[in-house]
Design a protein around this ligand. Structure first.
Ligand code: NBP
Length: 487
């Protein structure tokens, strides 16, 4: 009997996805590049270990692996992103038949996926770039899956991918067709950027509580678990509560022993670079990425703290009141972050012709993935009511939410500034909200300066839009305009 699907790459993600697929009734073939490395070989170790007595067939030869699959072949690659994917595609191409479907489930750059879709389609094959979120747990028990690329292959792949996806509370699978080209990986990239933002916001909340209230780790854990019953209900809030409570064998808190230096693998950076290329503000995620970098300057920060004689703030705050401010600030800032992220998706959709369904994207993030949260339901509703919504902040429901949170949010940012505590993401979100809702911004002065030193011209309030004029500021008779006034 031929297998329903093949998995290449038996690292943590590939192994877990294979077991998940098998548990849903699919017959799975597996292959891994390196067959040796462990005593009995990577494939044999799996088939005689976690995959023993299951409907999983191992191959140490790529050709045999490909031949074991039912036509049209469905091959999912779970290998390291970058050149490994291209190398693998090169090896697979001579072994494939017309109509076969390659799926890249790794964290590939969407531009690579865009190129690969074209490359494979030209040769008569299909290519799907599927973002998979949820880490090893999600891979095993239900992930959030974002497939995009060759739409003609979706019908064949859909039952398989949807079977291994997480289910949202209403039972809907967290896997829907995203769009053409590299859209699946683009959406996964934005998901990861949003994850950076959420984590930074939660860390700022923890910082404020730790600095301004004499809260124990257990008290903070209780607070996060209380928030997890309200509007902030989400996976990251839930695990934060567990993390804060977690003790080592010696009875001490693990959180207090962790060095305050954050790592990053680059998906946050990509998200910001792409937002910049699309000309879209993504302030909150950019701040989150930059803060991870500053956190890594541990030695410099210690020296600078001594140089500026920074003292610990006075802990004189009323717990109840401050906690309400923190909860509201966290919620409103998170809302700004999602508003920015979805605006980038909207812009990308228009620019690349992907026709993204933003409500569907919000829905498929409700389960399986790291940013799963209750309020994605409200985001989906807002886009269902108005698919052309410029910003989530302008949806009637969220407008009210922001107005309710605003007094607490302002208060918290001013307290943090007064106490010299960094809350870069919470304050960046507040400033974004102020800018977005300011009918007048001081950009007239920027235009004047640009025209003054570079003859970049400007539009006037008493002339129609699109009419650009130049002023001879220095009175030197210089009337030549620059052609790059929109740069
Ligand atoms: P890794 O990202 O560590 O990749 C290891 C796998 O890639 C091994 O099977 C390795 O084979 C294979 N590989 C490499 Br490296 N170069 C290859 C090549 N030139 N040809 C063929 N195979 C090659 O594994 P992972 O952590 O399971 O992640 C897999 C993908 O899923 C990645 O793109 C990752 O970014 C993404 N992802 C990971 C997570 C997570 O939580 N870990 C979550 C979501 C997405 P070998 O045994 O021969 O070296």
């Amino acid at each position: 009997k031929k297998s329903d699907i093949g998995i290449i790459g038996l690292a943590v993600m590939g192994e877990n996805l294979t077991l998940n697929l098998e548990s849903k009734g699919w017959l799975v073939s597996v292959y891994n590049r390196t067959v040796a490395g462990v005593e009995e070989g990577v494939v044999d170790r799996f088939t005689s270990g976690r995959a023993k007595d299951k409907n999983i067939v191992g191959f140490n030869q790529l050709g045999e692996f490909v031949n074991s699959l039912q036509a049209p072949r469905k091959i999912m690659m779970m290998v390291r992103a970058g050149t490994p994917v291209d190398e693998l595609i090169e090896q697979l191409i001579p072994l494939l038949s017309a109509g076969d479907i390659l799926i890249d489930g790794g964290n590939s750059n969407y531009k690579d996926t865009e190129r690969r879709v074209e490359q494979l389609e030209k040769k008569g094959f299909y290519f799907i770039g599927a973002g998979v979120s949820g880490g090893e747990e999600g891979a095993l028990n239900g992930a959030s899956i974002m497939p995009g690329g060759s739409v003609d292959a979706w019908r064949d792949v859909r039952p398989i991918l949807q079977s291994i996806a997480a289910k949202a509370e209403d039972g809907a699978p967290c896997c829907e067709w995203i769009g053409g080209g590299g859209s699946g990986h683009f959406v996964k990239m934005i998901h990861n950027g949003i994850e950076y933002g959420d984590m930074q916001l939660i860390s700022e909340a923890y910082f404020i509580m730790k600095a301004l209230l004499e809260s124990s780790n257990d008290e903070m854990a209780d607070c996060f678990s209380h928030w997890n019953e309200g509007k902030l209900k989400s996976y990251l809030i839930e695990i934060t509560s567990h993390i804060l409570k977690y003790k080592d064998a010696d009875g001490s808190y693990v959180i207090d022993k962790i060095l305050d230096v954050a790592g990053q693998k680059g998906t946050g950076k990509w998200t910001v670079i792409n937002a910049l290329e699309l000309g879209m503000p993504l302030n909150l995620i950019a701040t989150a990425v930059f803060e991870r970098t500053i956190s890594a300057w541990k030695e410099i920060r210690i020296e600078a703290a001594q140089a500026f004689n920074r003292e610990a703030p006075k802990k004189t705050y009323v717990t109840e009141q401050l906690l309400v401010e923190v909860e509201n600030s966290l919620y409103a800032s998170k809302l700004v972050s999602y508003a920015q992220g979805f605006s980038v998706l909207k812009q990308a959709s228009e620019e690349f012709g992907w026709m993204l369904d933003l409500a569907a994207i919000a829905r498929l993030w409700r389960g399986g993935c790291i940013i799963r949260s209750a309020f994605l339901n409200n985001i989906a509703k807002a886009f269902e009511e108005d698919p052309q919504l410029f910003s989530l902040l302008l949806a009637p429901y969220f407008k009210d939410e922001i107005l309710n949170a605003l007094p607490y949010w302002k208060k918290l940012v001013s307290v943090a500034v007064r106490e010299e505590l960094p809350v870069p993401a919470v304050s960046s979100a507040l400033n974004y909200f102020y800018s977005l809702t300011a009918s007048w911004l001081p950009a007239n002065l920027i235009q004047a300066q640009r025209d003054y030193f570079g003859a970049h011209t400007f539009e006037r309030i008493d002339l129609p839009r699109g009419v650009y004029v130049h002023t001879n500021w220095k009175g030197d008779g210089e009337n030549t305009k620059s052609g790059s006034y929109n740069a």
